[in-house]
Design a protein. Structure first.
Length: 418
């Protein structure tokens, strides 16, 4: 039986189709979500709202799409990732479409915040979690490719949204983005499969041993994982980092406009984050496989802190573009390596559920950070304090990872991680 399966194995390992599907889900989901910065000015003028109250729309969505992983992750482990990803892409498209007919900012909160937040929250963790089970040797690289959809979506979708807003207005733009997300996102999500054993394969495309079909993936239960020192440290690092890491996605374009950068150039700064992020996911994900993934996460936090310090002293387009690109590299590396670190620590049995719990840390940071930065600007008419707080948050997160690397070695040795 096993020899027949080995001979029937297709030349392209199906795990790479899982990667492609996760790429498309993250491209459409996060790419559409990160267009929000292009809509800030239009929403302020349409509803006569402050920058802080408009920023809260993105914070609500971000809180949900990271926080909902605590539900969607375990459901994916039980029901399969494909079903959750399809539902998520439908919700995302519907939320964008309904936002196009909002009559006030409260309805934008409900449509965009809840629709996009619930949609990406349903799809993201299941899609990324599925990738982890298909790879061992190249897990960091595969994870990086999967989430590089976020990085590619960031330079593509916001400029596209800005162009469409200029051509047809913000309402029709939301409708177009909603339809595109539903069609492409759902179509690609249908490719997802939860486990290579269902195709008679082991991770990395190796032939499945004859007695391995019924063997469950090894690893921690969700409860065991979240009580471990490694998880607690990783959770605290991501929570503190999350307070600052999403501030640029909402406020970099308004910041640039405030300093005289033209609208068309300001939107390109988000694209620079995306280009850097894509590079970080491709190259830092693979580099982490060789130098150690835990140590790499520490370096990502340090890199983001350095980049944010560049933002604090930048006012012109080119210094801001430098910040955006450097920040994107380390942000992209962090997003790429984090799921692989979870798999390394806790095994594959409940990886989606554990990733989902971990991402609630980022959810709280996303809820607080961008909106607090907006309200701080409304009071002081300056972004200096929010940027410096973001720098400090990443330095503290790096310190937590440094401590973890010294005190948690015994946990890894005693774990059931395969």
């Amino acid at each position: 039986m096993s020899s027949h399966r080995a001979s029937a194995t297709p030349p392209i390992f199906y795990g790479w189709f899982i990667v492609a599907s996760a790429f498309a889900v993250t491209f459409m989901g996060f790419g559409s979500a990160y267009t929000f910065s292009a809509f800030v000015d239009s929403l302020q003028r349409e509803f006569g709202a402050s920058r802080g109250s408009v920023s809260l729309v993105f914070s609500l969505a971000g809180f949900l799409y990271f926080g909902l992983g605590v539900v969607s992750g375990p459901l994916a482990d039980r029901w399969g990732s494909r079903r959750l990803a399809v539902i998520g892409m439908l919700f995302t498209g519907l939320g964008l479409a309904v936002a196009s007919v909002a009559r006030n900012l409260t309805e934008v909160y409900a449509a965009y915040g809840l629709g996009v937040g619930l949609g990406v929250g349903c799809a993201y963790v299941p899609a990324v979690g599925a990738v982890q089970r298909w790879f061992v040797k190249r897990r960091g690289f595969a994870s990086g490719l999967a989430v590089s959809g976020i990085g590619v979506g960031t330079p593509v979708m916001p400029p596209l949204a800005a162009l469409l807003i200029e051509m047809m207005g913000w309402r029709m733009t939301y409708l177009v983005l909603g339809g595109l997300t539903a069609v492409v996102g759902v179509g690609m999500a249908l490719l997802i499969e939860n486990d290579p054993r269902d195709r008679g394969l082991a991770p990395d495309g190796e032939p499945l041993q004859a007695n391995a079909q019924a063997t469950r993936p090894l690893g921690f239960s969700v409860g065991e994982a979240i009580r471990s020192p490694r998880f607690i440290g990783l959770y605290m690092a991501c929570l503190i980092c999350g307070l600052g890491v999403f501030v640029p996605f909402v406020h970099l374009v308004p910041y640039a406009l405030d300093h005289g950068v033209p609208q068309t150039s300001a939107v390109l700064l988000l694209g620079a984050i995306g280009v850097g992020s894509t590079a970080g996911r491709f190259f830092l994900g693979g580099l982490a496989d060789r130098m150690g993934r835990q140590q790499s996460v520490l370096l990502m936090f340090v890199g983001m802190a350095v980049a944010l310090a560049i933002w604090a002293v930048s006012t012109g387009f080119w210094p801001l573009a430098l910040f955006a690109f450097v920040f994107g590299i380390f942000y992209g590396g962090w997003v790429a390596v984090l799921p692989a670190v979870v798999m390394d620590y806790f095994g594959g049995r409940n990886v989606s559920g554990i990733i989902g719990v971990l991402y609630t840390s980022v959810a709280f940071g996303t809820l607080i950070g961008p909106s607090a930065a907006g309200f701080a600007f409304d009071i002081s008419h300056s972004y200096t304090l929010p940027i410096l707080v973001s720098v400090a948050a990443n330095i503290v997160a790096a310190g937590i990872m440094a401590v973890m690397s010294k005190v948690s070695v015994g946990v890894a040795k005693g774990s059931a991680v395969p």
